[in-house]
Design a protein around this ligand. Structure first.
Ligand SMILES: Cc1cc2nc3c(=O)[nH]c(=O)nc-3n(C[C@H](O)[C@H](O)[C@H](O)COP(=O)(O)O)c2cc1C
Length: 513
């Protein structure tokens, strides 16, 4: 056995659903940047399939500041569930927040992106950091460092996580939130075809050494091999030099440093223990979830077979999807729900149904698709209210959980505003157990990332059928696990509300593209 669950269990008990106790930290949630670096400006907005820089411009646009979200004070109060009880809806000050194409808990964006390239006619070989404020690559180190990060024939994008970036707001819970966030970002690079292969099981310290980063504050969570950048071994390109000949220091991590000092020791212990993956034993038999056979009492009760739907094209929505503040009651049609669940859970050609990465990767096969989607339907024409487990193999919504789950789920959201509870709740469910036995504590972050991958697909699929979405982590986990009657060891990792958007005159959006 590679690992026992104790580190994961201890951390989970200090970081239950919702915000942990906030920490008194002064400072801003700043993107990282390299003040002394040579900058390579990327074309705005870039062009997929264009020349090398144009193509990179389009790729990194996936994490650029593409939208201004303009909230009135009244809008913020409403979003926090306090309006109109505060009695101050008339205040008109606008609070602009720059937001990115991917959803992120509290719009905190814990990821930093790095490009390791063998070089091209327009970009020297080297290690680059993406600066989202300038939409530019900052040259961190010269030379081809790819071999220190992964064995791959193409260029690499590293997605690093800053697991303590918003401890000031979310406390110990941010470690969990940030891992789901990284999955949502990773997912968009899979959907748009940027990543041809994903590595999740690298050694954190080795990659941090190649990036020149402090692994306590910033840790590589995923390494992506870039489509179209493969080069024959030994081929040279202009600008290739010896690796690591300059190394610069990044700025902007002050708030993370303070967060790392104040976070609960169990959160830091889990993070440290996740740095390596022990030699992999033979993985256990495929998890029940892969075949959709995860059982709950619901299996003996009736269900609903959804109709077959055409595969959705998610790509047109990658830059424009956004979270909405409220939903109309009864706004989801059964065929829309069928298409969204099929798209998110792997019901497309080639999918096996356990919601995974959908791109070659280094996970043991038995752990590659470990998730099951559950949903709670308050009101949707053609679907009786209640809780269901989605079985993609035969497109069944299998009745499960408490008979009054549709109303009980509202009580499991102590902070949710009423307009959110009109939506269909989709819960992404998984188990930490078998993965920890195989990979050790690293499985904690990997499973949360895979849940994040599903989150992004749910957002995009909702947009593709004309619906809207909002991810939520602010629910009572134990209450949800109970009302869904999940199999032993399984838990609701994250929730995505799906529905028809209600008008939200208090939140305006301005696209910068
Ligand atoms: C992992 C994750 C957790 C989230 N949790 C919540 C939540 O508990 N409550 C909420 O209102 N929004 C939540 N959100 C939505 C974010 O607040 C939203 O994505 C962010 O404000 C950026 O806005 P956008 O999605 O419109 O780009 C979450 C998003 C993610 C990815």
């Amino acid at each position: 056995m590679t690992g026992d669950l104790s580190l994961v269990t201890r951390y989970r008990s200090v970081a239950q659903g919702g915000n942990g106790p906030a920490r008194p930290i002064a400072g801003f949630l700043s993107p990282k940047w390299y003040p002394a670096a040579r900058r390579v400006d990327l074309p705005w907005p870039g062009r997929a399939g264009g020349d090398e820089l144009g193509h990179l411009g389009a790729v990194f646009l996936g994490y650029a500041l593409v939208r201004l979200s303009l909230y009135t004070q009244a809008g913020l109060a409403f979003a926090a569930g306090r309006w109109p009880a505060t009695g101050e809806p008339g205040r008109s000050r606008l609070i602009p927040t720059p937001v990115r194409p991917v959803p992120s808990g509290g719009a905190s964006y814990p990821a930093e992106l790095y490009l390791a390239t063998a070089g091209s006619p327009v970009l020297d070989a080297g290690l680059y950091h993406y600066n989202p404020v300038r939409h530019a690559l900052e040259a961190v180190a010269a030379g081809d460092v790819r071999g220190r990060i992964a064995t791959a024939s193409g260029d690499l994008i590293v997605i690093a996580c800053r697991p303590w970036k918003n401890v000031q707001k979310y406390g110990d819970f941010y470690y969990r939130l940030s891992s789901v966030d990284i999955g949502a970002l990773l997912s968009r690079f899979i959907v748009d075809g940027t990543a041809t292969r994903v590595h999740l099981l690298h050694d954190d310290a080795e990659v941090a050494a190649a990036l020149g980063t402090d692994p306590r504050l910033e840790t590589a969570y995923a390494v992506l091999e870039l489509a179209g950048s493969e080069r024959a071994p030994g081929s040279t390109v202009p600008g290739s030099t010896a690796p690591g000949s300059t190394a610069l220091v990044g700025a902007g991590l002050e708030i993370d440093r303070a967060g790392a000092d104040l976070v609960h020791p169990d959160a830091m212990a889990l993070h440290r223990a996740s740095g390596t993956v022990a030699a992999r034993p033979t993985p256990p038999e495929p998890a029940d979830a892969v075949t959709g056979a995860a059982t709950g009492q619901g299996d003996v009760v009736a269900g609903l077979r959804l109709s077959r739907t055409a595969a959705l094209d998610l790509r047109p929505h990658l830059l424009t999807r956004q979270s909405v503040d409220g939903f109309q009651r009864g706004g989801v049609r059964v065929e829309q729900l069928a298409a969204v669940l099929a798209s998110a859970a792997g019901g497309e050609p080639g999918g096996t149904g356990g919601a995974g990465l959908r791109v070659p990767n280094d996970l043991p096969a038995a752990l590659a698709e470990p998730l099951t989607l559950y949903c709670v339907v308050p009101e949707a024409p053609g679907v009786p209210p209640g809780a269901y487990r989605y079985r993609p193999a035969d497109r069944m919504l299998v009745r499960c959980g408490w008979p009054d789950a549709a109303s009980a789920v509202v009580d499991a959201h102590p902070h949710a505003r009423p307009a959110l509870t009109n939506a269909v709740s989709v819960f992404v469910v998984g188990s930490f157990q078998s993965g920890v036995e195989t990979l050790g504590p690293r499985w904690y972050r990997v499973l949360n990332m895979l849940a994040g991958v599903a989150v992004q697909r749910l957002y995009l699929a909702a947009a593709a059928v004309g619906l809207s979405a909002r991810a939520l982590l602010g629910y009572d986990i134990a209450a949800v696990d109970t009302l869904l009657d999940l199999p032993p060891g399984h838990t609701a990792l994250v929730e995505v509300l799906i529905g028809a958007a209600a008008p939200s005159p208090t939140n305006l959006s301005l696209m910068l593209l």
